[in-house]
Design a protein. Structure first.
Length: 135
C-alpha cells in the first residue's frame, strides 16, 4: 500500500516535467507575422538559400516536407549539433499559402541572443534578398 502514494506522486510530477519534444509556450516566444507576394514553394526555397548562404549565423533549419495544403514548417536550431536535441529549439518558421502569396509566422525564443535581428534576417531570407542579411 505504500507504493500506491509514491506511484501517484510520481505520475503527478512527471506531468509537470519539461519533455524535450514539448513545444515552447507562446509567452516564451517572440512572434512576427509577415506576408510575401510569392508562392510558398518559392518562399521556402528562398529560406533554404538564406540559411545556406549565411551559414549558421541565424540558425540551422530542419524542415518538414510541405503538407498537401501547401503549408511548410521549419524548426530552427542554434547549430547543427543542436538539431539532434529537440529541447534546444531556437525557433520555428511556418509558411502557408494565401491568395496573394505566402503568409509566414516567424517565432523565436525571447531569450535567444539578437532575437529581433534574427527574425528580420529570416524575413529577408523569405523574400529572396539574402545578401542584405549576410553581406
Amino acid at each position: 500500500m505504500k507504493i500506491l502514494p509514491v506511484l501517484v506522486i510520481s505520475i503527478i510530477l512527471a506531468g509537470c516535467a519539461w519533455w524535450p519534444k514539448q513545444a515552447a509556450k507562446d509567452g516564451d516566444l517572440l512572434t512576427k507575422h509577415v506576408s510575401a507576394n510569392i508562392a510558398v514553394p518559392q518562399a521556402y526555397a528562398n529560406l533554404q538559400q538564406g540559411f545556406r548562404y549565411c551559414g549558421e549565423k541565424y540558425g540551422f533549419p530542419q524542415c518538414k516536407p510541405a503538407e498537401k495544403n501547401g503549408a511548410a514548417l521549419c524548426d530552427i536550431y542554434p547549430d547543427k549539433a543542436a538539431s539532434e536535441k529537440p529541447d534546444r529549439l531556437l525557433g520555428r518558421i511556418q509558411l502557408s499559402p494565401e491568395p496573394s502569396g505566402t503568409k509566414a509566422v516567424l517565432r523565436i525564443k525571447k531569450n535567444a541572443p539578437n532575437n529581433e535581428d534574427t527574425l528580420i534576417a529570416w524575413e529577408i531570407f523569405m523574400s529572396g534578398r539574402v545578401r542584405e542579411a549576410c553581406p
